[in-house]
Every structure is written in structure tokens, then in C-alpha cells.
Design a protein around this ligand. Structure first.
Ligand code: PMP
Length: 355
């Protein structure tokens, strides 16, 4: 027996374990901390999915390469199946793409941005270069970002609309970034909540070096089933798929995805209600003295008047309202998901008491 230490890679050891500590709290009345949909998949679609699933052979693997799912996604977004990579949530597909394009190289991130990218970079053994956002709306520092992205071995990853700040990249900037960078990774998990002018696939879908990530976890209210995808030129799809393990989308997720994509009107009407509520909640927060960044997503990035995000989060939790304290990403900020009208009212009432 030797006393040698178990060799954990240094960048993994250095990561904080992703853990949500259990806390003392009353029953939760509004869960506004994960940017989930306050709605759900409608009853008839659920019943249909369950019936189809019951008729399947559960002892067999799903169809290799998920051709039916790729076809459904391609049709829903007006692309070809050869342009689609599917995965167990978009997180898995982002990990695959970062591993393929940025492993051993440098991922360029406009921060604050989605915290999972840091973990993904560590797993993929990519270095990270942060380019801080600036101004009241946390806008991307375009010139600095372009300069960093043009360097050899640099791989830009942009989230638009950005989690947690809510803003979108400008089309003119994306155009320049695609010209200057070897490959551009663009996470559009929240694009359904933004104006259609911000749909990068409509404007830049024919570019040879663009990889766009999408998910059914947000606008399609299907987070429990884990379905995400990338859209990229077929030559890049072939490479990304080498880093996705086979059969990562299971039978149930595939069946649900096909069903929700066949009913785009459901997501459309749910999104319209969330967007209307986003405007109402943002106005109420501003009236209460909070700073609120302009958002094209299903959440708001909020600074309470006293800038004490930790105190406000705890006060809200004591009243059964869950929101996210984003102090680590931006001092004094909270991220609040847009819930149902009733949940948003509970949040705004509780906030008045806490303030
Ligand atoms: N990208 C962004 C920006 C997100 O906020 C999330 C979920 N919070 C994801 C990707 C991952 O979503 P999923 O794995 O559920 O598709």
C-alpha cells in the first residue's frame, strides 16, 4: 500500500462544489431562483406523451443519433437535421462544444455571465479570460472583447440574452465577431423571450463558424426532461458530436420534445404572458427605488436601494420567496425569475416589507 494522494486535476480541485445549501425557510410560495417557467406542459400533451411512452420498449436504447428529434427541432426552427446536435440539456452540448473547440485553449467570457461556463471550462481544461461588462445595463465591452477573441487559441462564448444580466448582443457586433474569431459560441437559452431581431440564426445562420445553443428548459417549460441542442454547420456538428456520449437524450425526453415542438402556439402564448409580466415587475421595482437592468429574458437583474442583496434575499426567503443572490457576480445584485402573475405579486409585496 502506498501513501500516494489520489490525483485530482488541479482545476477541478479548485472549483467550488456546486451545492445549494438547505436553509431554514417557511414553505416556498414563489420559486423565482432558477429561471424556470411558471407554467407547465399542458395536460393533453402530457397525457399524449405518457401514452406514447407506455407503448415503447423500455429495454431498448433510443434510436441511435436521435434522428426523429433532430428532424422535429430542425422543422421547428427552419434548419436541416444535419445542422443539429442534441443533448441532455443544453449544458451538455455546451460542455461538448467547449471541449472540442476550447480545450487546452482560452475561453473568452463577457462577465458577469452564466456561472456554469466556469465549471465547463475547468472540465474541458480550457483557460478563461474574463472581459468585464460595463454600464447600468452591463453591456459587453465590444472593442476589448473583439481584440481578445482575435488572438490565436481564443474562443469567445457569448450568452445572449445574458444570464444573469438580461441584455442582448448587438447584431453589428456579432457580425464583426464572426469575421474576427475562428469560431463563435453563442448561448441563446433565453432567445424566445427576446424580440425576433435578436434571433442570431435568422441573421447569421449561414456563417461557417457560428455555433448556437438552445434549450427546451425555459420557454417550452420542459426543464424536468433535459433537452437542449446546438445549431451549427454540418462540418462542426460532426466534431461536436464526438464529444457527446451516445443516447444522452432518453426515450422520455425525446417523446416530450417532439410533442412540445409540435405545439409552438403553447410556448408562444406562455412567453407572451411572461414578457408582459417582466415589464410590469420591472416598473414596480423601479418605483420601489431598485435599479433594474434592461432584460430580454425571463428574469431581472436587480439592485435593491440599499445594495444589500444578501439581506434582501434572506428577508424574501423568510416570507417564502426564493430569489438568487448574485453578489459573487456583481455586488449588490439579485436575480429574480419572472413567475406567474400571482407569484410576482407575492414577490413584490414581500419586497415592500423587506425594504
Ligand atoms: N445556458 C444558460 C444561459 C442557462 O441559464 C441555462 C440554465 N440555467 C442553460 C444554458 C442550461 O439549460 P439546460 O441544460 O436546462 O438546457
Amino acid at each position: 500500500m502506498t501513501g500516494r494522494p489520489v490525483p485530482v486535476r488541479e482545476e477541478i480541485r479548485a472549483l467550488g462544489a456546486y451545492r445549494l445549501a438547505p436553509e431554514d425557510a417557511p414553505p416556498i410560495r414563489a420559486k423565482l431562483d432558477f429561471n424556470e417557467s411558471p407554467f407547465d406542459v399542458p395536460g393533453e400533451i402530457r397525457a399524449d406523451v405518457l401514452a406514447r411512452l407506455a407503448a415503447k420498449r423500455w429495454g431498448r436504447y433510443p434510436e441511435f443519433g436521435a434522428p426523429r428529434l433532430k428532424k422535429a427541432i430542425a422543422e421547428a426552427i427552419g434548419r436541416r437535421p444535419e445542422e443539429i446536435v442534441v443533448g441532455n440539456g443544453s449544458g451538455e452540448v455546451i460542455l461538448a462544444a467547449v471541449s472540442v473547440f476550447a480545450g487546452g485553449r482560452t475561453l473568452v467570457l463577457p462577465t458577469p455571465t452564466f456561472s456554469l461556463y466556469g465549471q465547463i471550462a475547468a472540465i474541458a481544461a480550457a483557460r478563461v479570460m474574463d472581459i468585464p461588462r460595463e454600464g447600468a445595463d452591463f453591456e459587453l465591452a465590444e472593442e476589448e472583447f473583439l481584440e481578445a477573441s482575435a488572438r490565436p487559441g481564443a474562443v469567445p462564448l457569448v450568452c445572449s440574452p445574458n444570464n444573469p444580466t438580461g441584455g442582448v448582443v448587438r447584431s453589428a457586433f456579432l457580425d464583426r465577431l464572426l469575421d474576427i474569431a475562428a469560431v463563435v459560441l453563442l448561448d441563446q437559452a433565453y432567445v424566445d423571450f427576446a424580440p425576433s431581431a435578436d434571433d442570431a440564426l435568422l441573421s447569421f445562420g449561414s456563417r461557417r463558424n457560428l455555433v448556437v445553443f438552445r434549450t427546451l428548459s425555459k420557454a417550452y417549460a420542459a426543464a424536468g426532461f433535459r433537452i437542449g441542442y446546438a445549431v451549427a454547420p454540418p462540418a462542426l456538428v460532426v466534431e461536436i458530436e464526438k464529444a457527446v456520449l451516445p443516447f444522452s437524450v432518453d426515450l422520455a425526453a425525446e417523446e416530450l420534445a417532439v410533442a412540445v415542438l409540435a405545439h409552438p402556439e403553447v410556448a408562444r402564448s406562455q412567453v407572451a404572458r411572461i414578457v408582459a409580466e417582466r415589464g410590469r415587475v420591472a416598473e414596480a421595482l423601479a418605483a420601489a427605488g431598485c435599479a433594474v437592468a434592461t432584460s430580454s429574458a425571463n428574469f431581472l437583474f436587480v439592485r435593491p436601494p440599499d445594495g444589500d442583496a444578501a439581506r434582501v434575499r434572506r428577508g424574501l426567503l423568510d416570507r417564502g420567496i426564493l430569489v438568487r443572490d448574485m453578489t459573487a457576480a456583481a455586488p449588490g445584485r439579485l436575480r429574480v425569475s419572472i413567475g406567474s402573475r400571482a407569484e410576482n405579486d407575492l414577490f413584490l409585496e414581500a419586497l415592500q416589507e423587506v425594504l
